[in-house]
Design a protein around this ligand. Structure first.
Ligand code: URA
Length: 223
């Protein structure tokens, strides 16, 4: 068995999701005529995530699950760490101060939030905005992987260390990873600083803006 194939099988087992190309699996059955249509995979996923209680602590402290926002056919998908207080209250990712910086940077490029997809590694706010625990990331990753598989973005932009570590098999920090392309199972992954980091280090604003613009260009949203 080839190594990439074996690695996909290992990831499937770890995260409990389908990652292998359809041709390596049994062909899906044709729909039975006259049967009520199944809910789309996307709405089924949203329903499942919204009811999730895998992480007892997060499920009991959250106001609501923050599933993600934007176009489900977007060529560019952003992945952050986890909802903060504002996101937990509004049910939408990246709407607090860091989110406003991301939105403003996109707008400066002439790109709106509705043209991209924005999500997080964790769908629930960790209390006090603490860093996600490894078990929480393992529990929540299958949802993100299913979102990525359904959206199939041309460019996946990871924002900050947590998202980069979750998707890239690396021990390198975001300073080394940013501004470059990496691979996640055939999807092009571009790494950029997390906007919350940029808010604390405003000397990195230019770098952040350049990175976001490049991701938009490479995704085909800009020339
Ligand atoms: N930080 C994140 O990583 N995600 C959000 O949704 C908001 C802040």
């Amino acid at each position: 068995m080839s190594r990439p194939f074996k690695r996909l099988m290992e990831l499937e087992k770890l995260f409990g999701v389908d990652l292998l190309p359809a041709s390596k699996k049994a062909a899906p059955r044709a729909p039975t005529p006259g049967r009520v249509e199944e809910p789309s995979e996307w709405s089924a996923l949203r329903k499942e995530v919204t009811a999730c209680t895998r992480c007892e602590e997060l499920a009991s402290t959250r106001t609501q699950v923050v599933f993600g926002v934007g176009s489900t056919t977007a060529p560019l998908m952003f992945v952050g760490e986890a909802p903060g207080e504002d996101e937990d209250r509004k049910g939408e990712p990246f709407v607090g101060r860091a989110g406003q910086l991301l939105t403003a940077t996109l707008r400066k490029c002439g790109v709106s939030r509705s043209q991209v997809y924005i999500g997080n590694v964790l769908k629930c706010r960790p209390p006090g905005n603490r860093t996600p625990a490894p078990q929480e990331m393992i529990g929540c990753m299958p949802y993100l992987l299913r979102q990525i598989r359904l959206i199939q973005p041309k460019v996946l932009c990871v924002l900050g260390n947590v998202a980069a570590k979750a998707l890239l098999n690396t021990t390198l920090g975001i300073t080394k990873l940013r501004g470059r392309y990496h691979d996640f199972q055939g999807t092009k992954v571009f790494a950029a600083y997390h906007p919350a980091y940029v808010l604390r280090n405003m000397n990195e604003l230019g770098t952040f803006e350049e990175d976001i613009r490049r991701a938009c260009v490479d995704a085909g949203l800009l020339r």
